[in-house]
Design a protein around this ligand. Structure first.
Ligand SMILES: Cc1cc2nc3c(=O)[nH]c(=O)nc-3n(C[C@H](O)[C@H](O)[C@H](O)COP(=O)(O)OP(=O)(O)OC[C@H]3O[C@@H](n4cnc5c(N)ncnc54)[C@H](O)[C@@H]3O)c2cc1C
Length: 480
């Protein structure tokens, strides 16, 4: 049997990489697991190693020096055998096991073959990030309508510019880097429709003043958009899409009133071959919920993992960092990852080198970034009246083809009060994506306005073959 690990980190994005590097520097033996082909997560998504020279993407990134330093630290520890880096490994479930955790993953490095991998450790750190929040609108299921994050992933992960004439819509600062990157790579971005008013930021001067780097970043994007003559329309939303020849051909946009209702007479039709939509992100809690950790209101209409000031969840030995604790960007994720690792080192009484521990500075950074994240959530809310854009035949759950009309009648006729009841009555959320796409929207359609969305608990985070399932019950080899 190989030597036991002290810590399993799931997710090799900014939070997980920083956590693993700090824990390794502190003397722990770590397994770092990610379903992707390379470390970096969403923010530092890169093409697979073999394709990097042919597909340069460095110009699309920020903070590459931090990424490279983290990669160098991880590689050094991999060479000494203290780090086990498991890429292309998707964790499908986790369980508490005596005084530690068992992590079940499938190795998809040789897909479609799947191999079960079981890891055990006294401490588990979940850094699984977030996914795009989507709100449906008539035509959102047409080919060519993507999430804003999806457009960015195609660009960063493969240098793919997904369209020639692109309209972006939704809310939040994330629309700006996507628009800037697409424009810089030759796409004609014909409109960015931001539902919020920029003046909403003026209510949060302290958060702005404490985060000058965010200003500078915003100014760089604004410069790129101005150079490429990309119009940014505020208090405006994409309220419909039209197809031709089997894919999207145009969008309908409208100016919004204070509640988010389209203003009469403001509707415009804009031709486009690609549409990217993003309404912020939803924390990816699949692995945390079944372990029983408490959630807290993230302030942006979603629930996130509840943590103390050292990133400890309410389950002893379970830590989490990055977007699982609420959406706030990569710099926050890195600081939270480091802080979580310092807590693991402390709780496991690891000897550690003192130089690796700067919890006070990291805590200050986390507080500063969290203040900015709170301001961002308040400045970019979901427009409360967005359901007014839907017709009764607009699909809400695309996997199971459940319409807005069916969800509304589940609420009106059968008194469904949350997305779980709607799922039982209509099958919304029962398909391939297990409610990740439609869950937040169904929640808004049936729940009270101020109630944040908490995803349903899923014991299995990704579809897994029966062969791999059988192997994990009785592992054919020793746990790694
Ligand atoms: C599609 C998308 C694109 C984005 N692009 C940008 C961008 O360009 N710029 C920007 O500022 N912000 C971007 N964001 C926001 C971004 O998520 C964060 O700011 C930052 O990456 C958060 O870091 P993190 O470590 O918390 O999570 P992530 O970077 O999301 O890392 C989480 C990691 O966990 C892995 N993972 C998740 N579940 C499992 C599992 N069950 N088993 C194994 N591995 C798992 C994922 O593969 C991923 O590598 C994007 C978000 C999304 C959803």
């Amino acid at each position: 049997m190989s030597e036991p690990r002290d810590l399993v980190v799931v997710g090799a994005g900014p939070a997980g990489m920083a956590a693993a590097a700090t824990a390794l520097d502190g003397g722990l033996r770590v397994a770092l697991v990610d379903s992707g082909a390379a470390p970096g997560g969403q923010f530092w998504r890169h093409p697979p190693l073999l394709a990097r020279e042919a597909v340069p993407t460095a110009d699309l990134h920020h903070g590459l020096s931090t990424y490279r330093a983290l990669c160098a630290t991880l590689s050094a520890h991999e060479r000494t055998g203290r780090l086990t880096l498991l890429l292309n490994h998707h964790v499908w479930t986790t369980a508490r096991d005596g005084d530690g955790f068992t992590v079940h993953a499938v190795d998809r490095g040789r897909a479609p073959e799947e191999r079960a991998v079981v890891l055990r450790a006294p401490a588990l750190l979940v850094a699984t990030g977030a996914y795009d929040r989507q709100l449906p609108f008539p035509g959102w299921d047409l080919p060519g309508v993507l999430t804003a994050g999806g457009l960015q992933s195609l660009l960063k992960g493969g240098g793919v510019v997904a369209g020639r004439r692109v309209v972006l819509g939704g809310t939040g600062p994330f629309l700006l880097p996507v628009a800037a990157a697409l424009a810089a790579r030759g796409a004609k971005v014909v409109a960015v429709c931001e539902a919020a008013a920029p003046s909403a930021w003026l209510h949060h001067p302290a958060a702005l003043l404490r985060n000058p780097a965010k200003w500078a970043e915003g100014a760089r994007y604004a410069g790129t958009l101005a150079r490429h003559r990309v119009p940014v329309r505020t208090r405006t939303a994409i309220v419909g899409a039209e197809g031709a020849g089997g894919r999207v051909a145009a969008v309908r946009t409208a100016a919004l009133d204070a509640d988010g209702r389209p203003l009469a007479g403001t509707e415009r039709r804009i031709e486009a071959d690609t549409v990217g939509v993003g309404w912020g992100f939803v924390p990816q809690l699949d692995l945390l919920l079944p372990l029983g950790c408490d959630l807290a209101d993230a302030g942006d209409g979603t629930m996130a993992a509840a943590v103390d000031d050292g990133q400890r969840t309410t389950v002893p030995g379970l830590y989490t960092a990055g977007e699982t604790c609420g959406v706030g960007g990569a710099a926050l994720a890195v600081s939270e990852g480091r802080l979580a690792a310092v807590s693991v080192l402390t709780d496991l009484a690891a000897p550690g080198r003192p130089g690796t521990r700067r919890p006070a500075a990291e805590r200050r950074a986390v507080a500063r970034h969290r203040a900015f994240a709170r301001a961002m959530a308040q400045a970019h809310p979901l427009p409360p009246a967005w359901p007014a854009w839907l017709t009764d035949d607009t699909p809400v759950c695309r996997c199971e083809e459940v319409t807005a009309g069916a969800v509304r009648s589940a609420r009106a006729d059968e008194a469904a009060a949350d997305h779980r009841q709607v799922k039982q009555l209509t099958r919304a959320g029962m398909g391939w994506c297990q409610g990740r796409m439609c869950g937040p929207a169904v929640h808004c359609l049936v729940s009270a306005r101020d109630q944040p969305y908490a995803p349903a608990e899923r014991l299995i985070a990704t579809p897994v073959t029966l062969g791999a399932l059988a192997d994990s019950v009785e592992p054919t080899s020793d746990p790694i």
